[in-house]
Design a protein around this ligand. Structure first.
Ligand SMILES: [Zn+2]
Ligand SMILES: [Zn+2]
Length: 262
């Protein structure tokens, strides 16, 4: 089965958040309860996890996900990385190293903050006792394969010193992480109408490093997917409200949302 699971649909503070509670979100709608953002992709026989947010343990156990072929990181912000320690559980299930892929600066951040988790590609060690994550540094615009799945990292601008989105199979699935600007280079890698675009909103009005609703809708219209799913929403983004102000092919994400791509 080809599918995407939105493991968590929340921005960094989650919904409700410590500082803003439910904000503009209707607390009676369970779809407004949001843990932090990660996605699981199963496509053409390959399973991919994108980002290890701080809630990743509960998300993976809820969906009974114990293994995948590779882990992709978008950027070195805590809400996308800091669940990385939970990847020890994957080592303990698979009894082998876990490969993860990210840009150079994200790799440096992980090396600096989580060096105890890392190992060399060919080192054989007791993965039950020793965490064994293997970094692979990738460059924007340089496609690579995980099993039979073609993945093209694309450069996203003005959110983090380095931020990568991912285009799968020349555009069948497009994953845009936190962004302020989606540069022209991204569109050149989308060679077909995507079945699915996943794109963050964060807040409707935008911030210094986050696009607002108008910018998000502009990118969706430009990419023109069959379906767009908006994730990474803070407490300013009520589920029903987001659906009411976006085009018909757009749906707000919620924790545990499954999108069938068969
Ligand atoms: Zn984020
Ligand atoms: Zn971020």
């Amino acid at each position: 089965m080809n599918k995407v699971i939105i493991l968590g649909a929340g921005a960094a503070p989650g919904v409700p958040s410590i500082n803003n509670g439910w904000g503009a979100c209707n607390p009676d709608n369970p779809k407004n309860y949001r843990t932090r953002t990660s996605a699981f992709i199963e496509y053409n026989g390959t399973q991919i996890l994108i980002d290890t947010n701080p809630d990743i343990n509960r998300q993976l156990t809820h969906h009974k996900i114990q293994r995948f072929d590779a882990l992709l990181y978008t950027h070195a912000h805590a809400d996308h990385v800091h669940g990385i320690d939970d990847m020890r559980g994957i080592n303990r299930v698979t009894h082998k190293n876990l490969d993860f892929y990210c840009g150079k600066k994200t790799a440096e951040y992980i090396q600096h903050n989580f060096s105890y988790l890392l190992t060399e590609p060919d080192r054989v060690q007791d993965v039950v006792r020793m965490p064994s994550l293997v970094p692979h540094i990738i460059d924007a615009n340089e496609s690579f394969m995980i099993k039979t799945l073609k993945i093209t990292p694309v450069e996203i601008l003005e959110h983090c010193p380095e931020s990568l989105g991912y285009v799968f199979e020349d555009g069948e699935i497009v994953y845009i992480p936190d962004f302020k600007i989606v540069p022209e280079s991204v569109y050149t890698h989308i060679k077909k109408q995507p079945k699915l675009l996943i794109i963050p909103l964060t807040t409707p009005f935008g911030q210094v490093t986050h696009a607002g609703l108008d910018d998000v809708i502009d990118v969706i219209k430009r990419i023109a997917p069959q379906k767009a799913v908006i994730n990474h929403m803070a407490s300013e983004c009520d589920y029903d409200w987001v659906n009411s102000v976006t085009p018909d092919n757009v749906e707000a994400a919620y924790d545990g949302m499954e999108i069938n791509l068969d």
